[in-house]
Write a protein that binds this ligand. Structure first.
Ligand code: NAD
Length: 291
């Protein structure tokens, strides 16, 4: 396929490189980041999009997605597909898909999980929203960039799945960290705590796969000085998107709201920016009930 790729940062760069390595003809554009090997450089977003079968965007937020979409939709070929893999608010995803469809294009929103490691290794998980026709057109690309793709429903369903998943993740990571810090104060050995909880009803991905305690459980960012991994500020972004959606649809999400407030405090006032989101454990270690 002829593919345009816009947004070649930490995630987009390796995703574009994997598509090129698999034999696709990839032309990329980024305001700042250079194109990876195998990806031809376009001078602007329109040049990357013109004549492409599929245009993939991997951008920081919904406002930027909307502005790039406004630029490229008018020059995209009828019947081609606008595939957005960024994590953005559900409303932006739906608005961009509507504009694309009005212009005679297919549109799929497909945010990812798996992080920078998954983007490089081609093992991302895609959660997709859009028509069957759109999903079928880009499914072969998901197979190259990732190991799993779930068609979740209509436009916006991919972003909906992503923010629900990450709201659970933020809440369970905080719960796991506060429980470890409390166990310390109770004099409980961390390894024993892991051995029990990881095989009991308190188990979760945060405990079993991504344990926030250094030296315990499988290798995780905790074993690497809490270098991300998945940075706390990205978790804060996703929790913000989930709260924005919850407000728009009048969903009661008290745990999600509290998780967002705690990550905001951590990132903005407690030195959490640039640390992995599991660095909530050393945060709780240092605290008592009132400070
Ligand atoms: P990044 O900041 O490394 O990359 C974004 C790129 O977009 C940058 O290179 C930037 O120069 C470029 N860009 C910004 N505005 C542009 C424009 N108008 N035209 C062209 N290029 C433009 O971010 P990232 O880590 O690659 O994340 C991209 C998306 O993926 C985000 O929505 C993020 O939430 C999501 N995501 C990231 C991770 C992760 O672990 N990093 C995991 C899952 C999802």
């Amino acid at each position: 396929m002829k593919i345009g790729f816009i947004g070649l940062g930490n995630m987009g760069g390796p995703m574009a490189a994997n598509l090129s390595a698999a034999g696709h003809d990839v032309t990329g554009f980024d305001l700042v980041t250079p194109c990876p090997e195998g990806v031809a450089k376009a001078d602007n977003a329109q040049a990357a999009a013109q004549g492409a079968d599929v245009v993939i965007t991997m951008l920081p937020n919904g406002a930027i997605l909307r502005s790039v979409a406004a630029e490229i939709i008018p020059v995209m070929a009828k019947g081609s597909c606008f595939l957005d893999c960024s994590t953005v608010d559900v409303e932006s995803a739906r608005a961009v898909a509507d504009q694309a469809q009005v212009a005679g294009l297919l549109a799929v929103d497909a945010p990812v999980s798996g992080g920078i490691g998954g983007a490089s290794a081609g093992t991302l998980t895609f959660m997709a929203g859009g028509t069957d026709e759109g999903f079928a057109m880009v499914a072969p690309l998901f197979n190259i960039m990732g190991q799993k793709a779930v068609h979740c429903g209509e436009s916006g369903a991919g972003q909906s799945a992503k923010i629900c998943n990450n709201m659970i993740l933020g809440v369970t990571m905080i719960a796991t960290c506060e429980a470890f810090a409390m166990a310390d104060k109770l004099g409980l050995d961390r390894q024993k705590m892991f051995d029990v909880v990881s095989t009991s009803s308190g188990s979760s991905w945060s405990m079993n796969t991504y344990c926030p305690a250094p030296g315990i459980g499988p290798q995780s960012p905790a074993d690497n000085g809490y270098n991300p991994g998945f940075a706390a500020e990205l978790m804060l972004k996703d929790l913000g998107l989930s709260q924005q959606a919850a407000e728009n649809i009048d969903a009661d999400t008290p745990m999600g709201a509290l998780a967002k407030a705690l990550y905001a405090e951590f990132v903005e006032n407690e030195g959490g920016r640039g640390q992995d989101f599991s660095a909530m454990l050393p945060r709780f270690e240092k605290r008592g009930r009132t400070s």
